[in-house]
Design a protein around this ligand. Sequence first.
Ligand SMILES: C[S@@+](CC[C@H](N)C(=O)[O-])C[C@H]1O[C@@H](n2cnc3c(N)ncnc32)[C@H](O)[C@@H]1O
Length: 256
Amino acid sequence: MPIAPQSDPSDTLMTRPDSEKAVGAMFDRIAKRYDLLNRLLSARQDVRWRHHLIRQVPYRPDGVYLDMATGTGDVVIQAAKEHPEYQTFVGADISENMMSYGQVKSQEAKKQGLIHSEIEFRPMSAERILFEDQSVDCASISFGLRNVVRKDLAIAEFARVIRPGGVFLILEFFTPTGGIFSRAFQFYFHAILPLIGRLLSEKEAYTYLPKSVASFYSPSELRQVLAKKNLKVEFEKSFLFGACRLVKARKTEFPV
Ligand SMILES: C[S@@+](CC[C@H](N)C(=O)[O-])C[C@H]1O[C@@H](n2cnc3c(N)ncnc32)[C@H](O)[C@@H]1O
């Protein structure tokens, strides 16, 4: 069994630093409208970006798939649909409200015969992944790494749990570089998006979004951080002039 014993979720969240608790609480508050806002604010591009991520999932009979910061479960449900050969699917997050929507969606997909595996949703932080060393064949994190307080720690945790030869997939927003598009995007991200967010959901969350992108790694910084943990980037794809990127890294046995 690759998954370590379940700890008490309330204990897990209580022992986190305040800021991680605050991030989880914020996602708890916006969970209800999260999917709607995602589709609206990205003009449904988020669905397409997640499809690109799923295309990079390796074929692994009896494999273990971990989607960290799974939120409402879109990625792990899609992975279960398209990779029925995996044996274990886990969606993990610090926001139980977000995962409760994922749970409902996965049960619906199962009822419709779209997925045949049980997806397990587990309260867990990316900073302390409750999996044994080298037990995961494919780990993903979409629009989640940016929200993790101690990102270096999370990347070290991914490197610990992914098997040599296993795959790590990151889908994330970055600051687009250069040109008119970059300026237009910044205007949209900093002015329009928080406005729509405030009208339909919560101002704090949608003001925090552009700030978290501004303080995130650049693509080359991310490559370096991954390489330090034997995660070798072997594929990258950029969307919207670099505002969103898919990064695929492979766990190597020896230093990159
Ligand atoms: C923007 S949502 C992304 C959800 C989903 N992956 C998607 O593609 O829509 C970010 C998620 O990261 C979660 N999160 C933030 N910090 C986390 C951490 N340290 N460990 C696990 N999940 C975390 C939040 O609770 C939230 O559900």
